[in-house]
Write a protein that binds this ligand. Sequence first.
Ligand SMILES: Nc1ncnc2c1ncn2[C@@H]1O[C@H](COP(=O)(O)OP(=O)(O)OP(=O)(O)O)[C@@H](O)[C@H]1O
Length: 342
Amino acid sequence: MNCDQLLLHPRVSAALRRVQLKSVKDVVCASAPDLQRLTGLSNSDVQQLITAAAAVCRRHPPITAQQLQHGVSGAQLRLGCPVLDRLLRGGLPVGGITELAGESGTGKTQVGLQLSLSVQYPAEHGGLGAGALYVCTEDSFPIKRLHQLIGEQVCLRSDVPADLVSSLRFSDHVYIEHTADLDSLLVCLTRRARLLLTRGLVRLIVVDSVAALFRTEFQADDWLERNRQLLTFSSMLHHLSQEFSTPVLCINQVTDVFSQSHNSMGPSLSTVSPALGLAWANQVMVRLMMSRLQGTVVRGDQSSALRRLEVVFAPHLARDGQNAAVWREGLRGVESWTSNRK
Ligand SMILES: Nc1ncnc2c1ncn2[C@@H]1O[C@H](COP(=O)(O)OP(=O)(O)OP(=O)(O)O)[C@@H](O)[C@H]1O
């Protein structure tokens, strides 16, 4: 087994997940004796693991602090809510993959839709002045909700002159693709996405969701082929993102992770972690997670389940989070809330 295969082996990635080593950079930084103790792997396996992790890091050269401060090409894509944009230090970086993971119904698609509209604003209003390519891999595209969000843009974007908002023909610039299998997803990225980007029609790619196709097309035994395809897919996204200074948002599902409680007689504790394991995590520059909290927030005639948007890792962001709610006009941060705790 070569180094890459070792790093991607389910037993190794499970061991790394167990000890909270979430990226290859963590592996490179950990000492060999620590890795051996934490993972239970043999010394020679650990040495190979470190070599493999270092090779992966070299393949994805680091982005400088200067690039991240101002976005890789001097721009960032705002979500359109000042509270959430503050959490993200300005918004989604261009030139890298941002993953948004979370359980069903937490509001991931709402974020994808909101960004598909905010990208259309000119740079002075936090957009990139072009449309979005929205790739659906499982559910049908929520067209009604998109139209509702468009109708409510004046409310969400009170920072933008109303005549500018009404002059933007938002729905003409959201390009929707449905890809029911991995082959069509790869064709969509190599042909359709490249064409739209080359013509300057699009400056955002949303994939909703990445896990769906990789989960359905591969059995547990096919892990090596699955990881190979994952790397092909992610390097396509990387190239498009870098070449066209385009943010990429990948929506991801989560899987349950069970860990024993501190008291060995106690029950197993269940938490969730993003699907697709270490092979995928290493391709992601920014990992965000959304969850639903206890309680609801009320505003006028509307109410929303309270949510939390967390920065899990990002080279330029502290680990932090922000409560949020989904309203008719979209996702907004909630700074203080009078609860209807349930
Ligand atoms: N018009 C609306 N007004 C207020 N809230 C809404 C509206 N439309 C959707 N929502 C909220 O968004 C939730 C659905 O969010 P969304 O579809 O983004 O979830 P998701 O995380 O993408 O789920 P899945 O993984 O199943 O696709 C709904 O449960 C509802 O709470």
